[in-house]
Design a protein around this ligand. Structure first.
Ligand SMILES: *[C@@H]1O[C@H](CO)[C@@H](O)[C@H](O)[C@H]1NC(C)=O
Ligand SMILES: *[C@@H]1O[C@H](CO)[C@@H](O)[C@H](O)[C@H]1NC(C)=O
Ligand SMILES: *[C@@H]1O[C@H](CO)[C@@H](O)[C@H](O)[C@H]1NC(C)=O
Length: 385
């Protein structure tokens, strides 16, 4: 029962069935006929319910993005600033900049993207994870892709991005941006665990998955600190409901809201304040903590992993700036384009790993971010770019 194959994992189907097949195979420790029957009925009922609501949920975009740059900039929260308060990894179109005016179109300004689809010049960014040695030094935790060929990251870490439709969705408009999570939060009870979470993977093999749907079951808001973890998967699921008017808001959050439901199912019904259903964006990050298992290196608080705010899991956050060409994203959602494959109906084409991985940018806030650092790149000096 421990590794129960959760409904969503098996049903939101090609998604997890294709990507995480091992979890579905490993589901049942209890092999008794009755146990299996009960589970099957439950799964079938849930499948029917899910399907009735959401026929489109079986297809979704899922693709890898390698790192464009790792630096202290944040055109959403700290526009125009270099050496922003904390370090980010940024992926996507190379028109990313310290300032990104919403009237500028990343799709036309970018000459390449570090994400798989050539037509996707959006930017996606998150904090990075550090290992904190008890001697006071820090080192960035290496990143790998999640299991499955669609998400395999060939070069320089990065993340996997999902666009999950549920029923009819309205794609983001040019100039749209949003933020999920709160970079200053230290209270795990204030985090929507069904949207932002972590999971300990005890397999070193990136193709082997250890359980059900993201942000379910024993997933935690805090970063796991079990030396048995080989990988820590981080999931950031964005709100799926839009007010239909504002491309942004002062806190970059008020113009969007989470709908009903939870997890990676495309999101449920929207509140009347935010009636427009968006594709569900999900970031998936895999932090390879394999080489940090020796507890004799751990700090005395027993919390060896922190994000680049020098805070733990409750401060996890993700930023998004829309930048797909024309109406390609809308068409991809409407036509059931799937995974990282070319999709003629939407005019989207996947690039080879070597092509998107070659799209990089030089740091604008120049400082060391790799190897052992005597201090985390943090705080002052913020300077106007
Ligand atoms: C980035 O912004 C700087 C000024 O803030 C500007 O000089 C530069 O041309 C911009 N780069 C790109 C690629 O837009
Ligand atoms: C802390 O330990 C690491 C790993 O052994 C080492 O590379 C680093 O120089 C040490 N830092 C200090 C301040 O001693
Ligand atoms: C994770 O890190 C370990 C230790 O450095 C390494 O041996 C392993 O190949 C890495 N895993 C992946 C999938 O890169």
């Amino acid at each position: 029962m421990l590794h129960y194959c959760l409904v969503l994992a098996c049903l939101v189907s090609s998604f997890f069935a294709v990507l995480h097949r091992p979890s579905c195979h490993r589901q049942t420790k209890d092999r008794s006929p009755l146990g299996s029957l009960v589970k099957m009925q439950w799964a079938t009922l849930a499948a029917a319910a899910l399907f009735a609501n959401n026929v489109a949920a079986q297809n979704m975009l899922r693709f890898a993005c390698s790192q464009l740059v790792v630096e202290r900039t944040d055109p959403l929260v700290n526009p125009g600033m270099k050496f922003t308060p904390h370090l980010h990894q940024i992926v996507g179109g190379n028109s990313f900049n310290v300032t990104m005016d919403p009237t500028n179109d990343p799709a036309s300004l970018s000459t390449c993207t570090s994400c798989s689809f050539k037509q996707d010049k959006s930017n996606y960014w998150t904090a990075v994870m550090f290992f904190k040695h008890k001697n006071g030094s820090y080192i960035r935790v290496p990143q790998v892709g999640n299991g499955g060929p669609q998400g395999k990251l060939i070069n320089k870490g990065g993340l996997d991005v999902y666009y999950i439709p549920s029923g009819k969705t309205t794609a983001f408009k040019k100039g749209f941006r949003m933020l999920a999570g709160n970079a200053a939060n230290t209270d795990s009870s204030k985090v929507l665990k069904s949207a932002i979470c972590h999971r300990c993977w005890n397999s070193p093999n990136e193709n082997t998955f250890v359980g059900g749907a993201p942000c379910s079951g024993s997933d935690t808001v805090d970063i796991p600190n079990d030396p048995k973890c080989k990988m820590i998967r981080q999931t950031i699921i964005f709100p799926t409901c839009w007010d239909g008017k504002n491309l942004d808001s002062p806190d970059h959050q008020a113009h969007v809201a989470y709908g009903q439901g939870s997890g990676a199912n495309g999101g449920g019904a929207c509140p009347s304040t935010h009636p427009v259903k968006l594709p569900q964006i999900m970031y998936e990050l895999m932090w390879n903590v394999t080489s940090f298992a020796d507890k004799s290196m751990w700090p005395s608080d027993n919390k060896p992993f922190v994000y680049s705010m020098n805070l733990g899991g409750p401060a996890a956050h993700g930023d998004y700036v829309f930048g797909w060409e024309g109406d390609t994203l809308q068409k991809a959602m409407d036509n059931g384009c799937n995974l990282n494959k070319d999709c003629a109906k939407a005019g989207i084409t996947a690039q080879t790993d070597s092509v998107y991985s070659a799209c990089t940018k030089k740091q604008q806030a120049v400082e060391a971010v790799d190897g052992w650092l005597s201090a985390m790149p943090l705080g002052e000096p913020a300077i106007k770019a």
